[in-house]
Design a protein around this ligand. Structure first.
Ligand code: NAD
Ligand code: TYD
Length: 350
């Protein structure tokens, strides 16, 4: 079996659902269930005995040791993290605790378990760490996209804490020989993304007739990766990645934020027209994020060349699927936007 951390969050839940739909190998899913983790994301797995859910913290070394000894996974895939840049600006402490200390504890518990395995199992074992392109910092408009050789220049508390975790993973390979793989991906979008991130926030606000907040001039550029494509890439890296290597994963969809928001508005105009007028009327420019990175772009040629992976979705196909999913799952949005969510929106947007 495999051990997944953070499997009740956006990408982790998509990964666990895809994994169990595609193979028989069981999953132990360790998740703290912070505001971002939600068992509603996994409701399709109720009664499925190949999915073992454990509520707990990756920073809890004793729990990790017990779980690893009990289940003896052949791989650990680490999705667990605090993941929202704006929250990291308001309160970096949780980011240091989970992303840095938590990853350290997970590495240490995994190392002890791995070292005690019989030699054949030790050789096949993998620790896959899921990271972000934000560790590379910001790019000038015409600069080439990030390759795996780009230097680390994180600019936010979030990206700095992820960069630190990547360095720990690297060091546990070089120093202790732990068989690690690291992936650095661009902005994901798709089903089950918590509506604090740009795309689901805009869909949710538009449907409620609320302002669509654009930070600064809206010309910041991100690369957008459909979450299903990210999941196939991680499986491919787990199967065939070279130990100690890092792989950039991207969607070849570089786009400014304003264009993303206008695309969502146009899709909503088509699929759920608002009698009050086009959704783009709700676009509202707000104060920029402090230290806002201007541009991210991923050069994903290494994973294509070495492992034969490339994304299946274009932005046009992926965003249409995503908007439809949110329209079909308004109950999910309602369930996750609790009082805690409303407190956050009040704090961030006033
Ligand atoms: P998310 O915030 O939606 O989910 C994170 C999950 O981790 C939640 O279920 C939460 O409960 C859990 N968690 C948080 N702290 C924990 C702890 N201490 N112990 C155990 N579980 C804990 O995040 P996501 O968007 O699914 O991101 C998953 C991973 O991918 C993260 O490592 C993130 O840095 C990385 N990533 C995300 C994106 C993106 O666009 N979403 C892009 C690049 C990289
Ligand atoms: P986000 O989804 O928070 O991801 P990240 O900061 O990790 O890239 O934001 C994506 C882009 O959208 C980023 O440039 C910030 C911008 N943004 C807004 O303009 N308004 C918003 O309300 C949010 C949440 C983000």
């Amino acid at each position: 079996m495999i051990l997944v951390t953070g499997g009740a969050g956006f990408i982790g839940a998509n990964f666990v659902l895809d994994w169990l739909a595609g193979c028989d190998e069981p999953v132990v899913n360790l998740d703290k269930l912070t505001y971002a983790g939600n068992l509603h994301n996994l409701s399709a797995l109720q009664g499925n005995d190949r999915h073992v859910f454990v509520q707990g913290d990756i920073g809890d070394g004793d729990l990790l040791t017990r779980l690893l000894a009990q289940h003896r996974p052949r791989a650990v895939i680490n999705f667990a993290a605090e993941s929202h840049v704006d929250r990291s600006i308001h309160g970096p402490e949780d980011f240091v605790q989970t992303n840095m200390v938590g990853t350290y504890r997970l590495l240490e518990a995994t190392r002890a378990c791995w070292a005690a395995l019989p030699e054949a199992d030790r050789a096949g074992f993998r620790f896959l760490h899921v990271s972000t392109d934000e560790v590379y910092g910001t790019l000038a408009p015409a600069a080439p996209a990030f390759t795996e050789a780009h230097r680390y220049e994180p600019n936010s508390p979030y990206s700095a804490s992820k960069a630190a975790s990547d360095h720990l993973v690297r060091a546990w390979h070089h120093t202790y020989g732990l068989p690690v793989l690291t992936t650095n991906c661009s902005n994901n979008y798709g089903p089950y993304q918590f509506p604090e991130k740009l795309i689901p926030l805009v869909i949710n606000n538009a449907l409620q007739g609320k302002p669509l907040p654009i930070y600064g001039d809206g010309q910041q550029v991100r690369d957008w990766l459909y979450v299903g494509d990210h999941c196939t890439a991680i499986r491919r890296v787990l199967d065939a990645g070279q130990l100690g290597e890092t792989y950039n994963i991207g969607g070849w969809n570089e786009m400014p934020n304003l264009r993303i928001v206008n695309t969502i508005c146009a899709l909503l105009d088509e699929l759920r027209p608002d009698p009050a007028g086009p959704y783009a009327r709700l676009i509202t420019y707000v104060k920029d994020r402090p230290g806002h990175d201007r541009r991210y772009a991923i050069d994903a040629r290494k994973i294509e060349r070495e492992l034969g992976w490339k994304p299946a979705e274009t932005f046009e196909t992926g965003i249409r699927k995503t908007v439809r999913w949110y329209l079909d799952h308004l109950d999910w949005v309602h369930n996750v936007t609790s009082g805690a969510y409303r407190d956050w929106v009040g704090k961030q947007y006033g």
